[in-house]
Design a protein around this ligand. Structure first.
Ligand SMILES: Cc1cc2nc3c(=O)[nH]c(=O)nc-3n(C[C@H](O)[C@H](O)[C@H](O)COP(=O)(O)OP(=O)(O)OC[C@H]3O[C@@H](n4cnc5c(N)ncnc54)[C@H](O)[C@@H]3O)c2cc1C
Ligand code: SF4
Length: 552
């Protein structure tokens, strides 16, 4: 269908207003300000930087733990401690080993779990604040706009097309139809976070993959208000063991915020063998451990959410530059999976991208030759230093916790090299074993006080979407779901989706059919990653749709 689209030209187009995209915008605006003030030529303008965000507000789609290492933010905003909504400094870092009924605190907290000098924050709040600085610097921030398609040009990219608004579920224009814009940028920066929908397409189209495919985890989180005195602000604990089986890489967290608020969650790697494993149910079960139960008793669930995170490390970072384009933050895989930290690396990668783009704009050359300065800057920065030390870490755990700890011990004493370097990884969805007729497990119901079913949790995510729009979960072949997947893997989408989007509905005759409750989606991207047949393509829904992670 030939749609006439309004074209807008920017110098720089940043897709995604998370820590990476906003830091890129702010650093670039700051560099432009100094350049113009000193009479630099050509004169540049921060108004020619456009940032797109699919959420209804900046921060609405931000979900993280979160403990932030402040070093990158200190470089970007030197007086951040005075102005940023940092909740509380870390006061105690504990590593806990859970069995079903007992808790053992490690006498010495292993280095990856030590967090002295870091802050417990709400990433949603910090991002919102950063967004304010970006707007005040003159950058154009467009909320409720998703980058739906890339504009390819030659060997690279030259912009994006935003999603069409006002299209009904059958793809027909409604009265309020507004075609998406064609936004052109001399440089387009993909800062979409984990499993970016445009990034995925670019990496595949231009064959940008590194030697390892990206691996992912999923984190399920709840914010609670607890009884006074139950948690000290700044207390952080990471738990290992029960109820996560030893064959699965994962663990829980408890982070104390101010005002008796606590962030709790569980992360597991999306490369487990049992297709009926249910990360949401595992998290709910984890809350029944005596240590967690005592903390939450008498408290109240405030908010719920889930998000995937890129675990693959240095050997899974794709090529991050093409003609007219850069990939930063989680979209580039800049996350330390050993420490579960990506915020400061996202900020730093955004800043380094800004410095690269600034030089490119001044020289008038935004080809891949000039933009290849970005990965060089990354190599010379602490991003490489931090990721290099754990370059084989996550791969070691692809066969479970025990083998992982064995390898990790060698890596610890050899600066990350370990016994095999580089250690190769396989895509997580290839790990599923067939169910061989095993009956479906009973779904987790919850008691409604301490534990919840998925629909109750989804309600607390604040997610909403326009109902009458094309489904943003595109299934290439639904026959596979009803014929092959149901028999071989028991439709894992019903279990890994933390928002009850996928249901296999029994028919009076014939095999069950897939029903998609798309408006429940919390944009975690797990289905795009973990589907065994790789037939699910997550695309941006109408802008403004999705969760409301205020305070998360
Ligand atoms: C459960 C969990 C716990 C974590 N805990 C920690 C922690 O304690 N400490 C730490 O340092 N890190 C932690 N991380 C990692 C950290 O949150 C990320 O590394 C960081 O948020 C990455 O920033 P980003 O800007 O690259 O991506 P994001 O923060 O994901 O931001 C991307 C933004 O782009 C938007 N977007 C995506 N696609 C499009 C599109 N096509 N068009 C328009 N907008 C789009 C999204 O809505 C989002 O706002 C955790 C992550 C998870 C999931
Ligand atoms: S539909 Fe996919 S992206 Fe949406 S919540 Fe479920 S698993 Fe996550």
């Amino acid at each position: 269908m030939g749609i006439e689209r309004e074209q807008l030209e920017a110098d720089v187009l940043i897709v995604g207003a998370g820590p990476a995209g906003l830091s890129c915008a702010l650093q670039l605006a700051n560099l432009i300000k100094k350049h113009n003030a000193s009479g630099g030529k050509p004169e540049l303008s921060a108004e020619n930087i456009y940032v797109l965000e699919k959420g209804r507000e900046i921060g609405a789609h931000q979900l993280s733990g979160a403990i932030m290492n402040p070093k990158a933010l200190a470089e970007l905003v030197p007086d951040f401690e005075k102005a940023a909504p940092l909740d509380t400094p870390v006061t105690d870092s504990a590593a806990l080993l859970f069995t079903k009924n007992s808790t053992m605190r490690f006498p010495i907290t292993p280095p990856p779990f030590q967090n002295t000098g870091n802050y417990v924050i709400s990433l949603s709040k910090v991002t919102k604040w950063l967004g304010g600085l970006v707007e005040a610097a003159g950058v154009n921030v467009f909320k409720e706009f998703g980058g739906a398609e890339l504009v390819y040009e030659g060997d690279g990219i030259s912009g994006v097309i935003t999603e069409d608004k006002g299209v009904d579920k059958n793809g027909k224009p409604k009265d309020n139809f507004t075609p998406g814009y064609e936004l052109r940028g001399k440089v387009t920066v993909l800062a979409e976070g984990t499993r970016g929908s445009l990034t995925k397409k670019l990496v595949s189209a231009k064959k940008l993959d590194n030697i390892n495919p990206q691996s992912y985890g999923i984190g399920i989180k709840e914010l609670w208000d607890v009884q006074p005195g139950r948690i000290q602000p700044g207390y952080v604990a990471h738990t290992l063991g029960w109820p996560v089986p030893v064959s699965i890489y994962g663990g829980g967290w408890i982070y104390g915020l101010s005002n008796n608020r606590v962030s709790i969650g569980l992360v597991v790697a999306l490369e487990y063998a049992d297709p009926q494993f249910d990360p949401h149910a595992a998290f709910q079960t984890w809350k029944t451990h005596p240590f967690v139960k005592k903390l939450l008793d008498g408290g109240k669930l405030v908010r719920y959410g889930a998000k995937s995170l890129p675990y693959g490390g240095w050997y899974a970072v794709p090529r991050t530059y093409v003609d007219g384009g850069l990939i930063i933050g989680d979209s580039g895989g800049f996350l330390d999976s050993q420490r579960l930290k990506g915020i400061h690396l996202a900020i730093k990668s955004g800043m380094l991208a800004a410095e690269t783009i600034f030089e490119a704009l001044k020289s008038g050359d935004t080809s891949s030759k000039t933009l290849s300065a970005f990965p060089k800057k990354v190599e010379q920065s602490y991003i490489k230093k931090e990721l290099w030390q754990v370059r084989n870490f996550h791969q070691s755990f692809q066969h479970g916790m025990l083998r992982g700890f064995f390898h990790a011990a060698f890596q610890q004493v050899t600066g990350g090299r370990g016994l095999i370097d580089p250690m190769r990884a396989h895509p997580g969805h290839e790990a599923y074993k067939k169910i061989n007729g095993r009956v479906a497990p009973e779904r987790f119901k919850g008691d409604g006080q301490l534990t919840f079913d998925r629909l109750t949790d989804v309600y607390h995510s604040g997610t909403r979407h326009e109902e009458d729009q094309p489904c943003h979960l595109r299934i290439a072949d639904t026959n596979i779901c009803s014929t092959k997947c149901v028999v071989e893997y028991g439709n894992p989408c019903q279990y890994f989706c933390p928002a009850a989007v996928y249901e296999m509905v029994k028919e009076s005759v014939g095999p069950p059919k897939l029903k998609i409750n798309a408006s429940n989606c919390v944009h975690c991207k797990t289905c795009d990653i973990a589907d065994p047949f790789q037939v699910i393509d997550w695309v941006v829904p109408e802008g403004g749709g999705g969760p409301n992670y205020e305070g998360m």
